[in-house]
Design a protein around this ligand. Structure first.
Ligand code: GLU
Length: 430
């Protein structure tokens, strides 16, 4: 039981799937509120759906919460271990003649024509008429509780003071309030958060870029960036600020500032924020992340990987983007983009370009000090000789050594790749 006056909130995932972005956002707001107010953040596992609940989902949900930066207080509470508790409360209602039996099931009798009001912290007052509410199953014939009953019993037993959850649960709230009343419990307060939608207003799905934290983790998003992005969906630090970490948010978060607006998931904004977090890290830290995530087969040479990261640091927003951009640095088997392929043919059809590139290759072969400065010098010299812009040499050379039309500065790329690989790759296309 909670001490009086203390704030106690909870996050109550069902381990029937991976942690959804929207649920992670709900968890974050609960966590922030508890941490800001010096309250408690409890975790309850709603595993009463026997068929669909899986250990692997539970494991991943717990890992993802931790990964995002949340910790929780006390012990995990499993609903599946509390069947006798639900049964006991339901039996009390039977005894009070507020419920009846149907076979083995226990059903709550809903009194008609009453108005149930909730004063929602986000929506304000919401009224429901009990004429709209059917009699409610408390305990199913298999002995398991129905969601609403277990939820009300647990929120009471755990001493929850405020329930922060998604709008999709608004219609459950009056039913839960009826149970609190019937059991003689004080109901907690409620804050229902507007759901997160896709940009086109539809339900968020895989085609919008993924729906679970696990997918984003796998794609190489950074936890701080993801948490930062989720925070902004419903809350703002003000002054148009967009980059803020959990540590700081924890100090200034106010539940009153949660907005009653539909929020839209915007993958481009998430990528932008991720890019900002990437740039806050050192090349060494990023190299370690890339290595751990097995994004590329970077071999043993950490120094080399760090130099590639440094060269591309402003150019990638996710670790996946880094891997795609830099394949040419980690072996000769890199793919050539369709666009680069087209351009390559166009460049090489031009005799003058081809000759200049051949000459550039020969000059590189002779270079003793294969530094970006001397490579650049050689490039400019050839361009002058052929009376073409340096770009005429630079573009096809870039395609040849990297299979891409974009990337870091060509001369730096060449220096890093080293003479042997550069000359070989240029020779191959010529
Ligand atoms: N298990 C429910 C869900 O995941 C919890 C709802 C609640 O917070 O009451 O939606």
């Amino acid at each position: 039981m909670a001490e009086t006056g203390k704030i106690v909130v909870r996050f109550a995932p069902s381990p029937t799937g991976y942690l959804h972005l929207g649920s992670a956002r709900t968890a974050l707001f609960n966590w922030l509120y508890a941490r800001r107010e010096g309250g408690k953040f409890l975790l309850r596992i709603e595993d009463t759906d026997k068929e669909r609940s899986k250990d692997e989902f539970l494991k991943e949900i717990l890992e993802d919460l931790k990964w995002l930066g949340m910790d929780f207080d006390g012990e995990l509470l499993f609903q599946s271990k509390r069947l006798s508790v639900y049964k006991e409360y339901a039996t009390r209602l039977l005894d009070k003649k507020l419920a009846y039996k149907e076979g083995e099931a226990i059903i709550f009798k809903v009194e008609k024509s009453r108005v149930i009001k909730i004063n929602d912290a986000i929506h304000g007052e919401i009224a429901f008429n009990t004429d709209e509410i059917k009699d409610q199953v408390l305990i199913k014939s298999d002995g398991f509780p129905a969601y609403n009953f277990a939820c009300a019993v647990d929120d009471h037993d755990m001493g929850i003071t405020l329930v922060i959850r998604g709008d999709d649960h608004i219609s459950n709230t009056p039913k839960q309030i009826l149970f609190y009343e019937a059991l003689g419990f004080k109901a907690p307060n409620f804050a229902h958060m507007p759901l997160m939608m896709a940009k086109d207003g539809s339900k968020l799905s895989k085609r919008h870029g993924g729906v679970s934290i696990a997918e984003y983790k796998k794609e190489g998003y950074l936890p701080g960036a993801l948490a930062n992005y989720l925070l902004l969906l419903g809350w703002s630090p003000g002054k148009n600020r967009e980059i803020i970490n959990l540590e700081e948010t924890k100090k200034i978060f106010k539940i009153e500032d949660l907005g009653n607006v539909q929020v839209q998931f915007d993958i481009d904004k998430l990528k932008w924020i991720n890019g900002e977090y990437i740039r806050q890290k050192s090349a060494k830290e990023l190299a370690a992340l890339i290595k751990n995530a097995k994004r590329i087969d970077a071999g043993a040479d950490e120094n080399y990987l760090e130099r590639v990261v440094d060269l591309y640091k402003t150019r990638f927003r996710t670790l996946d983007e880094f891997a795609n951009l830099t394949r040419c640095f980690f072996g000769d088997g890199f793919p050539t983009d369709a666009e680069a392929e087209k351009k390559r043919e166009k460049y090489l059809k031009d005799e003058k370009t081809k000759k200049a590139l051949t000459e550039f290759t020969a000059a590189l072969k002779k270079l003793e000090n294969f530094s970006s400065e001397s490579i650049e010098k050689a490039c400019r010299k050839v361009a002058e000789e052929y009376n073409v812009k340096p770009a005429t040499v630079i573009h096809p050379a870039r395609v040849a050594i990297s299979g891409k039309t974009v990337g870091a500065g060509l001369f730096e790329m060449m220096e890093l790749l080293g003479k042997k690989r550069v000359v070989e790759r240029l020779g191959k296309v010529l």
